[in-house]
Write a protein that binds this ligand. Structure first.
Ligand code: NAP
Ligand code: ZN
Length: 404
């Protein structure tokens, strides 16, 4: 893939034009690469449940999408060009991009590798390019993500993928891996429960075990018991059955993507245990405010992705310990079907990964517009300000009354 100095970079992408998530081929111009940029020829991109939340505008009352939406924040590929100021990468390296492509680079959070907490952080897709360092080409304000054949990104926000780590596995580590790693590292817990065995939950079980924890996998039914044990869980709890209820967990990492009765899992905690909600729903956002209002004393907390140094750390940890996501690789033309699987609770527990190099190229681009439309359930916009406030009041009240 050639990069003309001073020229925009043409990218073939797939994106959706409304909440129906019916993906179509879209061409965009990515910005002219800067001296601090690298250009990545894309090989694979994981599909996160957040992609569904954004594409279907589940958060429209708090974080509305501007269509077209070109999702993808689990990118993996090969470096084909480096700017003159780049020091971390050379042509031919394996590189990836997770959930962020820019931040202010000056504040305390940025300087301490917590870029995800910077007020000016720019998401890999649907981010507002306030600096000009992040966006697509002319006229493009919202960033375009990883369902694309080429990515231009500042080296500071790119992750060096260890040579031996399979590229198709790498993208999911950069979102699902880092998202579970952050609370595991922060709380250093020894008895960990992981709720929801999908893309994040599977990585939660594997990484927690590698970090020395005793891990209880918690799923809705008994159907994932064998799967959970095969990926390294020490114990299994099916929350809808008569399984003996685990208790005294120091940390519960909850990846359920929809509003649900989270109190069930808070009750599994030891006296000083934490229940970290990761799913993007009203309770998780309320937990974030509850944590702030109680100066971190609330048992419920929210955690969002992780910083760039920790993202590098987690992929290095995965490479060193042979930790891999449970993936299924698909042609880009399957994207509508993948969204249906995520929407229907991801019963297989897989992380679906798009084979970009094999199915989204200049040659295949013209043939991509053939898949039947996506059929999604009636979830609507589940996150509302009113819903968040109601949950927040519930959390503050229940903490005072019965310690949940
Ligand atoms: P996923 O692959 O679809 O897996 C979600 C899992 O949750 C499912 O496998 C299922 O596990 C359980 N589940 C699904 N529907 C449920 C329901 N109605 N009630 C109870 N449990 C249900 O999703 P993912 O990619 O892991 O993402 C999970 C959530 O994390 C999403 O909301 C996503 O947006 C969010 N996320 C947050 C961050 C962050 O920074 N905080 C980063 C990435 C993703 P069982 O079958 O085992 O019950
Ligand atoms: Zn994600």
């Amino acid at each position: 893939m050639s990069v003309e100095p001073g020229a925009f970079v043409e990218a073939q992408c797939v994106g959706c034009h409304d909440e129906q998530c019916d993906f179509k081929p879209i061409k965009v111009l990515r910005r002219k690469p800067l001296p601090t940029d690298i250009v990545i020829e894309m090989k694979y991109c994981g599909v996160c449940h957040s992609d569904l939340h954004f594409s279907a505008n589940h958060l429209k009352n708090v974080l509305p999408v501007q269509y077209p939406c070109i999702p993808g924040h689990e990118l993996a590929g090969v470096v084909t060009w480096v700017g003159s100021d780049v020091t971390k990468f050379k042509v031919g390296d394996h590189a990836g991009v997770g959930c962020m492509v820019d931040s202010c680079l000056k504040c305390k959070q940025c300087k301490t590798g917590q870029e995800q907490k910077c007020k000016k952080q720019v998401q890999t897709y649907q981010g507002d390019d306030w600096s000009g360092r992040a966006a697509m080409g002319p006229g493009g304000q919202r960033t375009a993500g990883g369902y694309t054949d080429v990515m231009v990104v500042q080296e500071r926000f790119a992750i060096l993928i260890p040579e031996k780590y399979p590229l198709e596995m790498a993208g999911p580590v950069l979102c699902s891996g880092i998202t579970v790693y952050t609370p595991l590292k922060l709380y250093g817990a020894k008895r960990v429960g992981v709720v929801g065995l999908g893309g994040l939950g599977v990585m939660g079980v594997k990484i927690a075990r590698a970090m020395g924890a005793t891990v209880t996998a918690i799923s809705r039914s008994a159907s994932k018991r064998d799967f959970a044990m095969s990926i390294g869980a020490h114990k299994y709890f099916a929350s809808s059955t008569d399984d003996p209820v685990p208790d005294s967990l120091d940390l519960v990492i909850n990846t359920v993507p929809v509003n649900h009765d989270h109190t069930l899992y808070t009750k599994l905690l030891s006296k000083n245990g934490k229940h970290v909600l990761l799913g993007l729903h009203a309770s998780a956002l309320a937990a974030m405010f509850a944590s702030i209002l109680t100066l971190g004393k609330s048992r419920l907390a929210f955690s969002g992705i992780g910083g760039i140094p920790d993202t590098q750390e987690v992929i290095d940890l995965c490479a060193a310990n042979d930790i891999f996501p449970e993936i299924q690789v698909h042609a880009v033309t399957d994207i509508n079907r993948i969204y249906e699987k995520l929407d229907a609770s991801n019963d297989a527990g897989k992380r679906y990964v798009l084979d970009i190099a094999g199915s989204l190229t200049k040659d295949t681009f013209a043939t991509l517009d053939t898949a039947p439309p996506t059929k999604l359930g009636e979830h609507g916009a589940s996150v509302t300000l009113r819903g968040i406030l109601r949950e927040l009041l519930f959390m503050l009240f229940s903490r005072l009354t019965y310690g949940v």
